[in-house]
Structures are given as C-alpha cells and as structure tokens.
Design a protein around this ligand. Structure first.
Ligand code: ACO
Length: 363
C-alpha cells in the first residue's frame, strides 16, 4: 500500500472535463484553453461545455440560457427559510443550508436538469443573503440579463456596466472548473456512495470554505491591507510574515509550479478595468516581491501567484464585499462540481482509501 500525505500525485479518477499542466501552466476545459474561453465566450457557453462535453450551437445555448433563467427565482419556502436563519451566519453557511433544503426530483444517477437548477439558484441565494446582511430586501432576478449580469444586478440593484460584466464573466469562467481540487474531490467522494447531487454539492461547499482553498481571497485582501497600513516597507512586512512561518495568501499551488494561468489571465482583465491603474501596479509589485521572497525563504518550492491573488483584486475592483468573495467562487465552481458528480456516476466505484495505523498495540 502507498501512503501519500495530502494525496499528492495520487490519481483518483479518469476525466474528460479538464486538464491541467502544472509545469507549463495551462488549463483546458474539454480540450479548449480556459484563458481563450474567458476572452471570447459567455459563462453560459462554458457551463454548457463543461456539463455536456461540447460547445452549444446557438439554439442549444438559447435553450440552456432560457432554462437557467426560469430556474433562477428562489422558491417561497427557501425565502422563508432564508429569513429565519440567524443573521450572523456566514454567507457560506447560509448558502450550504439553503442548498441542503432545495428539494426537487433527485436520486441516482444525477441528472442534467438538477445540475442546471443548482447552477441557476446559487447566484440568487448568494445575492439574497448579501442583501439581507445589508438590511435590504432581496432583488428578484431580471430575465432580460444573462447569468453574470443578473448576478451583479441582484447584488447591487443597479444595471451593471459592460466592463464589469466582462471582468466578472472572465473570473467566473476561469474558476468554473479545476480538476481534482479539495472541493471537487469531496463532491466525488460523496457521489461515489450514490448519494444525491445536492449532498455532494453541500460537501463541496464545506471544503471550499477553508482558507487554504476558496477562502484564500479574503486573506489576499488582508495582505493588501496589512501592506497599506504598515509603518514598515512591504519588503520588511513580507519578510516578517515569512519569518513567523505565515503563508502568503494567494501564492503557492499543489499542481502549478509556475504562475497559475488563471492569475495571468485575471491580471490582464484587471488592466481592462478603468481607474484601476494604481491598484494594478501595486498588486503587480507585491506579486513580484512576494514571488522573489518566497523563492528565497522556500527554495525549490516554486511558489507563484495562484488564481486567488488576482481574484481578490478583481472582486475588490468590482466593489464586491470581502464576505462575498468565496460565495462568488461558488457561483462558478458549482458547474465544475456538478460536471464531476455526473461523470463519477457514469463509471462509479465507491471511494474507499486505506489508513496506516500508528497507535498503541495490545500488550
Ligand atoms: N506562503 C508561504 N509558504 C508557503 C506557501 C505560501 N503561500 N504555500 C506553500 N508554502 C510552503 C509551505 O510552508 C511548505 O514549506 P516547508 O516545506 O518549508 O514546510 C512548502 O511551501 C510546501 O507547502 P505545502 O503545504 O506542502 O504545499 P501544498 O501543495 O500542500 O499546499 C496550498 C498548496 C494549500 C495552495 C499552499 O500553497 C497554500 O497554503 N497557499 C496559500 C493559500 C492559498 O492561496 N490558497 C488558494 C489556492 S488556489 C485554490 O484553492 C482555488
């Protein structure tokens, strides 16, 4: 038997959903470059591609978009449940609770329609909770808007600017899927027991919440803020953190040994947003300095910026609140999770690894 702490280099599934080359820094969705899709496709195209295995025709895309629109509104029982939840619950906890209670026709194997219902409802729940935590009423989805524009609209109550839609769309496309990360693996483990799709997604939401995974962007903002408010130079502050053994949030990756291609793509997206020149140049300067210091303090580890570094910068530029960052990640990643659960169901075997007992033995 093989023991691999953190399951490093262990292959647990065959997949046709995505491919990552950690040495070259490339990411493919069903054979298409994710960065190219982020530049040229709509979120609906990419969601369809990941869930179905091929890009939609115009007619298929129309049907898919229309179906998502009809599935967006929050059912009354979920509205009541949302209103009854403790106000100090985190948004991730509220999202997990509502998804857990979002019943429908479920069973095994999971169906496309159930996946689409989840993809459609996650933004509505996140936005409704965001409004509730600001003491405002939920904003009903607007069927004239596409998936990304409608999400921004439900969060802010304003018709979003085209550049903001494009920037958020790029972020959501780039984070829709990423192989056997912790949350996707959690979803596949749950699915492998033939549990329903919703249960798998609730498990994935729990795994994404942690600060080593989807919780990292908030840590990136704290890093920016520490640097801005410090009475020492950025270099001294970063050195002190590394000397205390702290991790720099937004850096390092299990698979990428070079800059995460999604971070490169999002850096370009940040350039396309007006009035972000100062913020961008500061973010780039911190990235360069941190990369250099990580090479000095952790030689041979090849620690570079990951997607969360520029995700935080993009969401900050779009004026999304830090509490909304990880739930916004769920708006996109629910597509990857559902695609993996469906794939798992098509050639399933229960996941059942072994352990190595290191405890006391009988006398
Ligand atoms: N800052 C400082 N040191 C780091 C960092 C970092 N961001 N990342 C890794 N290291 C160091 C570790 O301390 C360790 O050093 P050591 O060997 O001297 O003890 C070494 O690099 C290897 O670290 P591991 O934890 O074994 O690397 P692993 O592959 O398990 O972890 C992870 C990957 C969790 C992403 C890690 O790099 C990290 O904690 N990064 C910061 C959090 C973050 O940005 N997470 C978002 C990842 S992207 C996503 O989930 C969507």
């Amino acid at each position: 038997m093989l023991y691999a702490k953190g399951l490093e280099n262990v292959v647990v599934a065959e997949t046709t959903i995505s491919a990552i080359d950690g040495e070259q820094g490339t990411l493919l969705y069903r054979g298409y470059q994710a960065e190219e899709l982020a530049k040229s496709a709509d979120f609906e195209d990419v969601a369809y591609l990941l869930l179905n295995g091929q890009r939609p025709t115009e007619a298929e895309k129309d049907d898919f978009s229309t179906a998502l629109k009809t599935m967006r509104p929050l059912p009354d029982d979920l509205k009541k449940l949302l209103a009854a939840l403790p106000k100090d619950l985190s948004m991730m906890d509220a999202l997990r609770t509502l998804i857990s209670s979002y019943t429908g026709k479920e069973g095994w194997p999971p169906q496309q329609q159930e996946a689409m219902r989840l993809v459609a409802i996650v933004p509505t729940i996140v936005a409704a909770w965001a409004n509730r935590s600001c003491g405002k009423d939920a904003i009903e989805p607007d069927p004239s808007l596409n998936h990304v524009a409608n999400y921004l609209y439900m969060l802010t109550g304003e018709k979003p600017h085209a550049a903001h839609i494009r920037a958020l769309s790029a972020y959501l496309i780039l984070t829709a899927e990423h192989g056997m990360n912790a949350s996707t693996f959690a979803a596949r483990v749950i699915a492998s027991t033939e549990a329903d799709l919703r249960s798998a997604i609730c498990g994935a939401l729990g795994a994404l919440k942690g600060r080593l995974h989807g919780g990292a962007p908030t840590g990136v903002l704290e890093l920016f803020s520490d640097i801005q408010t410090a009475d020492t130079s950025s270099e001294t502050l970063l050195r002190e953190k590394l000397e205390r053994g702290e991790r720099l949030m937004g850096f390092g990756h299990r698979v990428y040994k070079t800059t995460d291609p999604r971070a490169n793509a999002l850096r370009e997206v940040l350039k396309s947003l007006n009035n972000q020149e100062t913020f961008l140049s500061e973010a780039v300067a911190i990235e360069q300095l941190a990369t250099q210091l990580l090479a000095e303090y952790k030689p041979g580890r090849q620690l570079h910026a990951n997607v969360e570094y520029y995700a935080a910068a993009i969401m900050e530029a779009l004026r999304l609140k830090p509490d909304w960052f990880t739930p916004t990640f769920c708006v996109s990643r629910v597509v990857g999770w559902c695609s993996h659960v469906i794939e798992q169901s098509q050639d399933n075997r229960i996941m059942r690894p072994q352990q190595q007992y290191c405890g006391p033995k009988p006398d």
